[in-house]
Write a protein that binds this ligand. Sequence first.
Ligand SMILES: Cc1cc2nc3c(=O)[nH]c(=O)nc-3n(C[C@H](O)[C@H](O)[C@H](O)COP(=O)(O)O)c2cc1C
Length: 295
Amino acid sequence: MAAALDPGGIHRHHRRIPAPEFAVIDAPDLVLARYRDPALMAEAPMNPVLQSILSHRSCRAFLPTPIPPATLAAIIAAASSAATSSNLQAWSLMVVEDPARKARLAALAGGQKHIVQSPTFLVWLADLARLDTIAGQNQESVTGIDYLELFMVALIDAALAAQNAVVALESLGLGAVYIGALRNRPEQVAAELGLPKRVFAAFGLAIGVPDPAAASGIKPRLPPGVVVHREQYDPTIDPATLAAYDARMSAFQQEQAMPDERWSQRAINRVRGPASLSGRHRMREALGALGFELK
Ligand SMILES: Cc1cc2nc3c(=O)[nH]c(=O)nc-3n(C[C@H](O)[C@H](O)[C@H](O)COP(=O)(O)O)c2cc1C
């Protein structure tokens, strides 16, 4: 029993997966990498969990190496370990490994090649159908699931489970990228995955062994001074602070040989209007078609 619970035991069976890169990066350097501001290189407490979380970067290039079943099982157990509203566990997971299905899903999600390239594509589901089924098996009917609140519960549960999975798989040296573009065509994705009424594919997650030839860097984030409020919300944003962040993001984009567009301009463009939502401006209608009343 003890052996089954020993995380070292899980790892021992999968030596083929390379050691996480964070093992060689000093802890203060990770905080510096996240904010690119020496002033924020605090004497933060540090441990392997924080080192792994601070080392996060989305991975968009994978080796064909399959994910061993025991590793996937550990990742799923980590997902299941996330807190869940009222212990309702209103999320489900779809594991997609059929190359033809991955290709069809990639086509529905803006043709993102990393979906096809990843050996395992996970789709995180906001699932209110299970509660409906359980009620039916108890000769009861439930209408609480028809409210927006329960949709939010299911969506939050799915997101928390997914992020626990990401933390777990990155700690094992694997990489992942979320795929929000799976919401571009919700009805078609639901049909492809055979989803019943009241199950929504919230987002995908392409996972696999990162291709070392396409290693990406740690993307800087907005400083705590912009993101963190104390006691009451402060709506002001210091233009100089924002300009400094734009400059850090520009430096990052150049280092990654990616197009250098100001972060704030890119963010504005992303939310400019319905046309910039990649088809997702009709989400309310799509959710209705998928059986969510959102009362
Ligand atoms: C819910 C969600 C959806 C996302 N969708 C996509 C996507 O469709 N395609 C993609 O390449 N990256 C996607 N991303 C990854 C973000 O672009 C990425 O997390 C962000 O740029 C920060 O970079 P980092 O994760 O490397 O730190 C998504 C991230 C989240 C959280």
